[in-house]
Design a protein. Structure first.
Length: 293
């Protein structure tokens, strides 16, 4: 059995770790915790499923192979060894990816086109998007919207203080605030990391790994997003060729998770709205309000 997709981050993890256990188990996917060797790096997650998510830290297999493996897991206590030569997760629930798993590594980045127009998709207005997301959760939506806007303005200026308010906030395996941040980071990477947002992305990545304040799964997605790596539903939106194509891709993104898709769209909406109102680059425009070269 050959994997449909091996994310670049998953491939990096699998090259350096030799033991695994189930971290979390769902109907159509599982997250595995890869344990480090004695001298290896910290533990890491990989996502395995049949949902064609194409997560950077994920492996997508066929539906038939997923069902067969899922039936052998017997709950969330399975564990075993990883053989990178044979491409095999051994133990009570073996899964063969095949010796050519390295060649199945797919691209999860978005090419940078330093212009607000490089994001062709037209997300809903921020005031509409915030009501569809899970972030307010009974709070005043206008206040939440102001906090989210401040978070994005901070990222543009190279600061993460306002953005940390979003970390771990809201419901879900990936809390709503984290999904909002992933949407923002997607637009920033697509538009060439304008202003000082490259500094902010690096600082945010250091923050979430040094002092975790959210779920392990969110940390994995955010860590990849800070490096410009995204799951395919968001990546397709960012790569839409025109608004008409973007409508269908936004609709597909909106169906992800309970509120994850809508939360990510809120991040898109805030970022696209803010960047389209920035002044055009000029020699007199401060660096924090220009497009990165």
């Amino acid at each position: 059995m050959e994997p449909m997709w091996v994310g670049a981050t998953a491939a990096e993890h699998l090259r350096r770790r030799r033991r695994w256990r189930v971290h979390s188990l769902f109907a159509s996917s599982a997250n595995l915790r890869l344990e480090p060797d004695a001298s290896g790096p910290a533990p890491a997650l990989i996502h395995i499923g049949a949902g064609a998510v194409e997560a950077p830290f994920g492996i997508d297999v066929t539906a038939a192979d997923w069902r067969a493996w899922r039936s052998r897991l017997h709950g969330a206590s399975a564990r075993g060894d990883w053989d990178p030569v044979r491409g095999r997760l051994g133990g009570v629930a073996p899964l063969d990816l095949g010796a050519r798993w390295r060649e199945a590594t797919g691209d999860s980045t978005v090419p940078a086109l330093p212009s607000a127009a490089s994001v062709a998709v037209q997300p809903p207005a921020p005031v509409v998007a915030v009501h569809a997301s899970g972030l307010p959760a009974g709070s005043d939506a206008a206040t939440v919207l102001d906090r989210v806007r401040a978070a994005f303005d901070g990222l543009l200026a190279g600061r993460t203080d306002a953005a940390t308010w979003l970390l771990g906030r809201g419901p879900g395996v990936t809390p709503s605030g984290d999904d909002v941040l992933v949407g923002m980071l997607g637009v920033l990477h697509r538009t060439g990391l304008p202003g000082r947002s490259a500094d902010a992305a690096a600082s945010l990545r250091e923050r979430i790994t040094a002092d975790p304040v959210t779920t392990d799964v969110s940390i994995a997605y955010l860590d990849d997003a800070c490096r410009g790596r995204f799951a395919s539903p968001l990546r397709r939106v960012l790569l839409a060729a025109d608004p008409a194509e973007g409508i269908a891709r936004l609709a597909a993104l909106r169906t992800m998770g309970h509120t994850s898709g809508a939360d990510t769209i809120l991040g898109l909406a805030i970022a696209v709205d803010a960047l389209r109102h920035l002044p055009a680059p000029s020699p007199h425009t401060p660096r924090s309000h220009t497009w990165a070269a």
